[in-house]
Design a protein around this ligand. Structure first.
Ligand code: GDP
Length: 198
């Protein structure tokens, strides 16, 4: 998919105030610092559409961007920095769960996972939540340039093992990306294009 236009539409912390316009929507979410802003900028070919930030957890907003005038890319707040994290409900704040439970035009959520690390409880909990809420999702492994090429499959397979030992029969569709090297861009955008056409 060629990105012709990418424009910021609105930010808010209330799912009911998200754009009314009925366009297919794709949400990006992950732990703070996973590389979400860098990925969004890489996908859209814009240097600073999403604000990369050295202050993890500070951007607590749902940001809507309209792409090519026919779909929304949604930048959701990073999770995992809640000061009090006693329960999943507190970690995944209500306006985020409201978003997933109410946003009918959401086609697919992309859950970002840093490819370097072992599976983290909070990500697995979040995907379990998406499963319960029946939200279709994919995994995007980020920062692939930070491990050697030969180790990528081993890391992905370790992640698959963790998921299939837990709540899942299989790992969902996944993508391996690097924002610094623009790896995985065509695959992610091609997938969105296919879903948009379907
Ligand atoms: P966010 O908090 O999830 O939005 O993460 P950012 O996009 O702000 O990135 C967090 C840090 O990881 C920044 O220092 C980025 O430069 C770095 N980073 C993000 N993506 C990549 C990547 O693909 N490769 C490398 N080497 N660094 C990355």
């Amino acid at each position: 998919m060629k990105i012709n236009t990418a424009e910021f539409v609105v930010s808010n912390s209330d799912a009911s105030l998200c754009p009314k316009e009925l366009l297919p929507e794709y949400a990006f979410i992950g732990r703070s610092n996973v590389g979400k802003s860098s990925l969004i900028n890489m996908l859209t070919n814009r240097n600073s559409l999403a604000k990369t930030s050295g202050r993890p957890g500070k951007t607590q907003l749902i940001n809507h961007f309209k792409i090519n005038a026919n779909w929304f890319l949604v930048d959701l707040p990073g999770y995992g920095y809640a000061r009090v994290s006693k329960s999943t409900k507190e970690v995944f704040q209500k306006f985020i769960t409201d978003y997933f439970e109410r946003r009918e035009q959401l086609v697919c959520a992309f859950v970002l996972i840093d490819i370097r690390h072992e599976a983290q409880k909070i990500d697995l909990e979040f995907m379990a939540y998406l499963g319960e809420a029946q939200v279709p999702f994919c995994i995007i492994f980020t920062k692939a340039d930070k491990i050697s090429r030969g180790k990528i499959d081993a890391h992905v397979n370790a992640y698959r093992k963790k998921m299939t030992e837990g709540d899942w029969e299989e790992m969902p569709q996944y993508f391996v990306t690097s924002s610094t090297e623009a790896t995985g861009r065509d695959a992610v955008l091609g997938y969105i294009e296919t879903l948009n056409q379907g």
